[in-house]
Design a protein. Structure first.
Length: 64
């Protein structure tokens, strides 16, 4: 099984996105500022059943 994240494009012309994924709100135990470049989805692979995961998608551009 795989878990695919997808999100809508951010406003402000981002050049890429970073992901934080963890088992607590704002957590980074699975991914920490992981750069997925300029895509709108990412395959996390197999995650543990019955576990709640929290995801933060951070858009960025050359200005920050």
């Amino acid at each position: 099984n795989s878990s695919i994240l997808s999100w809508a494009a951010a406003t402000g012309a981002p050049t890429g996105y970073k992901l934080n994924v963890g088992t607590t709100p704002g957590g980074t135990s699975v991914l920490n500022n992981f750069d997925v470049s300029n895509v709108l989805s990412y395959n996390l692979g197999a995650l543990l059943a019955g576990t709640t995961y929290y995801v933060t998608v951070i858009p960025y551009n050359p200005n920050g």
